[in-house]
Ligand binder design. Structure first.
Ligand SMILES: [Zn+2]
Length: 321
């Protein structure tokens, strides 16, 4: 959902570690952050998540069989089925007896309905407080005979979400975790809107502590990924600090009005949580030339970097206190 933008890459490969300057912002400038990232020591990759499952799910969701996952299509149904099977296998609970939450389903333009797939894992210490981990699984479908595979957007986030559900079922968090594979993001955040409104009312907004949203987490030629939202919720910066030195990707803060980058606050499902006053952290890469094109295929993904991004997000969630 992000608009195309180009940047001048300024890297100071051997620069000393920068000090955060008093810019009035909750984090250093992009130049400082990139310089710090370039001077990080190599970290031995952490592997919490099932790499084989992540790759297999991404390849399936971005295959010809799933037809670009447009709501209402057979391919979209297959994708929803895969998401449900993985959540069921992980052993997560459902709200109201079904992972496919039909309470939130409603016809859209008379053609199809919202098919969010949502499961949850009870927290060990604060079961009444929830963190909603989300990724949209819908994409653009087939247009003019061409399949828009949406490998990065957002098979990447969905496959990561499913592996995280599996991991956190085996290693429960202190807080209750909701795993939400949202539908109809591409048509205007409709799936997230339907869920978040219901959920915030059901559990009360103050009990929903965070939305951790993943949308396009697989691809960056510069090996960068952004954690966006910290200018709105500065307290969340400790999560970035907690994982920064454990990963080789440049984990950057921005795209949330905290610096000169374009603002992604409204660009994906986290926006509906933000509107409800629920803090969000959005993980995503900058747009690439294949964004919203039929060429957003699995073949363009560096799987080793993608898997590291997935594990980084799992670590970030584990660090939440
Ligand atoms: Zn997307």
């Amino acid at each position: 959902m992000k608009a195309m933008i180009a940047f001048l890459l300024v890297l100071f490969a051997c620069a000393p570690r920068p000090v955060s300057q008093d810019t009035g912002q909750p984090y250093p400038s992009l130049t400082e952050q990139r310089a710090a990232a370039a001077s990080k020591n190599h970290a031995t990759p952490v592997r919490l998540l099932d790499s084989a499952q992540i790759i297999s799910d991404l390849l399936f969701l971005a295959s010809d069989a799933c037809q670009g996952r447009a709501p209402g299509s057979t391919g979209h149904q297959l994708a929803a089925q895969r998401v449900m099977e993985r959540m069921r296998a992980a052993g997560v609970d459902s709200f109201g007896g079904s992972l496919l939450d039909r309470r939130m389903a409603r016809p859209i333009n008379g053609s199809s309905e919202i098919r969010n797939v949502v499961g949850w894992i009870k927290g060990t210490r604060y079961p009444s407080n929830f963190i909603v981990v989300s990724a949209h699984y819908d994409h653009l479908g087939i247009r003019n005979g061409k399949t828009f595979y949406g490998a990065d957007d957002n098979a990447s986030g969905t496959a990561c979400l499913l592996a995280m559900a599996k991991y956190f079922k085996q290693h429960p968090h202190e807080y209750s975790l909701v795993f939400a594979a949202f539908d109809r993001e591409e048509s205007g955040l409709e799936g997230a809107e339907a869920f978040a409104k219901w959920f915030a009312a059901e559990k009360s907004t103050s009990n929903v502590l965070l939305n951790l949203n993943m949308d396009m987490i697989a691809r960056s030629d510069k090996n960068e990924i952004f954690a966006s939202g910290i200018s709105h919720y500065p307290k969340l910066r400790y999560l970035v600090d907690a994982v920064q030195e454990k990963v080789n990707v440049a984990l950057l803060m921005g795209h949330d009005t905290g610096n000169d980058l374009d603002d992604w606050t409204k660009q994906s499902d986290h926006h509906v949580f933000h509107k409800l006053g629920i803090p969000f952290l959005y993980l995503g890469v900058e747009d690439h030339p294949d964004y919203h094109k039929p060429t957003d295929t699995p073949g363009k993904i560096n799987f080793s970097r993608y898997i590291e991004n997935c594990n980084m997000i799992a670590m970030l969630l584990e660090a939440y206190q």
